[in-house]
Design a binder for this molecule. Structure first.
Ligand SMILES: Cc1cc2nc3c(=O)[nH]c(=O)nc-3n(C[C@H](O)[C@H](O)[C@H](O)COP(=O)(O)OP(=O)(O)OC[C@H]3O[C@@H](n4cnc5c(N)ncnc54)[C@H](O)[C@@H]3O)c2cc1C
Length: 466
């Protein structure tokens, strides 16, 4: 397969998430770099020759449609479990919980289960290393704030905690795994876990070495300008940002009322600033989709269906009040289930059984956007006779009502315009420019929600009195 086929469809169509699976293949002519919107994207290396242009990149690309989809991969890995759910994939058990021991919960974004499960697999001797995300101090050669890194000690596993709403790619780390024998666990967003599963199908060395995959529930991935937006609002100009914690837990607020902590240079001095709850700043509503990769609007895997265990936030009324954070957990591997239940009996973690429906309802917006919403978006592409990545969801312009169609259109507009206007705002050194230019779309978006809220109350009252 010629590499240009990948560029003609996935990359030029805007469906590339920049995961770097294509660039990790031996002799790949592809490298991953920031584009002008600060999304990681693939480029053909300048000095490459036609000889290297037929790598199997399409087979490992999560969006090409030339490889197995999430249902097929899940079937191959987990069909023995049974319990297949339309939205969660296979699910042997579903829980909500948090870590009680040490400072996993305090240091984590949510209940700390992400780092704890990895630490536990390491301590129990199942793995030697974890492939996950660490901070990077940016410089001219490497401007990224975060990157995939291999942790081979407990201290390094702890240091990888927290959610990184930031572009990351796995080409370098996958090459390192191929060179460094060992037993690894991989942590990633749903499309990245799919990429790793596809790479494992192509490469027996990766198949032998990567023993576990842990997925994060995913709303969508952001460009690096998402970090810049927060830094700017706490007084650190984006060029001067050194590091950011996207999920600073704030005492006396709910789990969903977190802030950010940014470190950067102001007048030549390194300073650290903590924000108030993000809801008090501009851009906290994930529904707007600011700085979103377009690829995320064409993904139908919310909960990493190809991962052995998936963790996310328990956005449910009974947990959200607790600022310390609580995870939802979907289990697809018996060994991980045993680890959790043993730790529960030792009072090291808190674990409540949830039904699959409760897990789904903890991510209701994500599922609505990636089921009915996706169906509508695909119907637009179908009408325009444009290529799109094959999906498990079918295109239909009847999936949602007219008002919801407009909301979904506005999300696309907001996401596209945020990339464009942020560049203008940077050039003119004016954050207000971003706000002013996006505001008309945001106002219309909220107007649509307001009326539907009033309608909801009216319907409830009508039901009660009639
Ligand atoms: C882009 C993004 C979108 C998300 N969307 C949702 C959502 O819509 N709903 C929801 O419930 N949860 C979502 N999450 C997951 C959530 O933010 C928490 O990461 C999750 O609940 C784990 O928290 P924890 O305290 O258990 O993990 P921690 O102990 O903080 O550990 C997190 C682990 O994940 C790794 N990690 C962090 N960021 C990334 C990344 N970008 N790629 C790969 N590995 C990473 C870390 O290195 C660490 O190993 C999202 C996460 C990301 C990064």
């Amino acid at each position: 397969m010629h590499i240009q086929d990948l560029f003609k469809t996935v990359v030029n169509g805007g469906y590339c998430i920049g995961c770097g699976a294509c660039a990790s293949l031996s002799d790949s002519p592809i490298e991953i770099r920031f584009d002008e919107d600060k999304k990681l994207q693939p480029y053909i290396k300048q000095d490459d020759t036609e000889d290297n242009m037929t790598v199997s990149a399409l087979l490992v690309c999560p969006f090409s449609g030339k490889s197995k989809n999430e249902d097929e991969i899940g079937e191959e890995l987990y069909s023995k479990i049974g319990n297949k759910n339309d939205k969660l994939g296979y699910a042997a058990a579903t829980y909500a919980g948090f870590v009680k021991e040490a400072s996993f919960r305090e240091n984590g974004s949510s209940g700390g289960m992400g780092s704890w499960i990895m630490a536990e697999l390491f301590r129990e001797g199942y793995i030697d290393s974890v492939i996950h995300i660490h901070s990077n101090t940016p410089d001219e050669n490497n401007p990224k704030l975060f990157q995939y890194t291999i942790s081979s000690t407990l201290e390094d596993i702890y240091a990888g905690a927290k959610s990184r709403y930031y572009p990351i790619e796995l080409s370098a780390v996958i090459k390192e795994v191929k060179e460094r024998p060992g037993r690894y666990a991989f942590v990633g967003l749903p499309c990245f876990v799919k990429s790793v599963r596809l790479l494992m199908m192509q490469d027996p060395i990766l198949k032998e070495r990567i023993l576990f995959c842990m997925g994060l529930v995913c709303g969508h991935l952001k460009s690096a300008h998402f970090a810049s937006m927060w830094a700017w609002q706490v007084g650190i100009f984006p060029d001067n940002l050194i590091s950011i914690d996207f999920r600073t837990k704030l005492k006396d607020y709910g789990a969903n009322q977190y802030g950010i902590t940014a470190k950067g240079l102001v007048e030549g001095k390194a300073i650290t600033r903590v924000s108030p709850p993000l809801k008090e700043l501009f851009g906290a509503d994930w529904g707007w989709g600011l700085f979103k990769y377009k690829a995320c609007d064409y993904c139908d895997d919310v909960v990493a269906e190809t991962a052995d265990v998936t963790i996310g936030d328990a956005w449910l009324p009974q947990y959200v009040k607790d600022a310390e954070g609580t995870n939802v957990i979907i289990i697809r591997d018996e060994r991980i289930n045993n680890i959790l239940n043993k730790a529960k009996s030792q009072n090291r973690i808190h674990l409540d059984k949830l039904t699959p429906d409760q897990v789904i309802s903890s991510q209701s917006s994500g599922f609505a956007h990636r089921r009915e919403g996706l169906s509508y978006r695909l119907s637009l592409l179908e009408k325009a006779s444009q290529w799109y990545p094959p999906k498990r969801v079918q295109p239909s312009d009847k999936a949602v009502d007219n008002k919801t169609k407009r909301k979904l259109d506005l999300r696309i507009i907001l996401s596209e315009k945020s990339h464009e206007y942020f560049k203008e705002a940077l050039a003119k050194k004016s954050f207000d420019l971003l706000k002013t230019k996006l505001m008309p779309f945001i106002n219309e978006y909220y107007q649509l929600y307001k009326t539907s809220y009033v309608k909801k109350i009216f319907t409830r009252l009508k039901k009660r009195f009639l």
